[in-house]
Design a protein around this ligand. Structure first.
Ligand code: GLV
Ligand code: MN
Length: 193
C-alpha cells in the first residue's frame, strides 16, 4: 500500500535523511543493490519468546526503496511465540516453510480467526490487525512473510503498553486492564528498559 514508483527503481541512500516517503535515490547503483542474503537462516531462537525475525525491509535491503514490498524470515523454537503485534502500513502474507504454526488475527469486532498451518500453507493478515504466531509443534518452525510496504512498521502490543519510554501512567493501565498497581508494576518490570 505504499505509493507507486515514478521510475524503475530508486535504491535508497540510507546515509541521507529519509524524506516524506522513503529515502532519496543513491546515485551509483550496481547488481548487488538488488540481491540480499540477510534472510538466510538458521536463526538463533534461544531467547525468552523463542522467536527470531530476520527482516528484509528498506532499512536492511535499500533496493526495496519505493517498490512497496518487504519480507521477513521468521523462525520459532518449539513452543515459541511471536507476540501479538500489528503492522500499521501493510497487509502481511506468509507461508510456512517448515514445521507447524498456529497463526491468528483478531478483527476490529474482536473475532479471532486462527488455524494451525503446516509447511506449504499460506495465510494473510489484513493491514493493521493484531496477530500472532505460535509454534505449537515439537520441531522448529519457519515461515516467510511478505508485506506491501517497504517499511511495514511493527507495534508489539506488550512492549507498547508496558515498555514505552516514558511509561504510560499506571492510572491509565490499571483502569484499562481493570486491575491493580501491583499487576501493572509487575508487567512493566518485564518490558521497561
Ligand atoms: C509475522 O507476523 C511477521 O510480522 O513477520
Ligand atoms: Mn506480523
Amino acid at each position: 500500500s505504499d505509493s507507486d514508483p515514478l521510475q524503475d527503481f530508486c535504491v535508497g541512500d540510507l546515509k541521507a535523511s529519509p524524506s516524506i516517503n522513503g529515502f532519496p535515490c543513491k546515485s551509483a547503483v550496481s547488481a548487488s543493490d538488488f540481491f540480499y542474503s540477510g534472510l538466510a537462516g538458521p536463526l538463533d531462537t534461544s531467547n525468552p519468546n523463542g522467536v527470531t525475525i530476520a527482516p528484509g525491509n528498506v532499512l536492511t535491503f535499500p533496493g526495496l526503496n519505493t517498490l512497496g514490498l518487504a519480507m521477513n524470515n521468521v523462525e520459532l523454537a518449539p513452543g515459541g511465540v511471536n507476540p501479538p503485534h500489528l503492522h500499521p502500513r501493510a497487509t502481511e502474507a506468509g507461508i510456512v516453510v517448515e514445521g507447524s504454526v498456529f497463526v491468528g488475527f483478531v478483527t476490529t469486532n474482536n473475532t479471532l480467526f486462527s488455524k494451525v498451518m503446516t509447511a506449504g500453507e499460506m495465510f494473510v493478515i489484513p493491514r493493521g490487525l493484531v496477530h500472532f504466531q505460535w509454534n505449537a509443534g515439537k520441531d522448529k518452525a519457519r515461515m516467510i512473510t511478505a508485506f506491501n510496504s517497504q517499511l511495514p512498521g511493527v507495534v508489539v502490543l506488550p512492549n507498547t503498553l508496558f515498555g514505552s519510554k516514558p511509561e504510560i501512567p499506571n492510572t491509565v493501565l490499571t483502569k484499562a486492564f481493570k486491575t491493580d498497581d501491583t499487576t501493572i508494576a509487575n508487567l512493566k518490570s518485564k518490558f521497561v528498559g
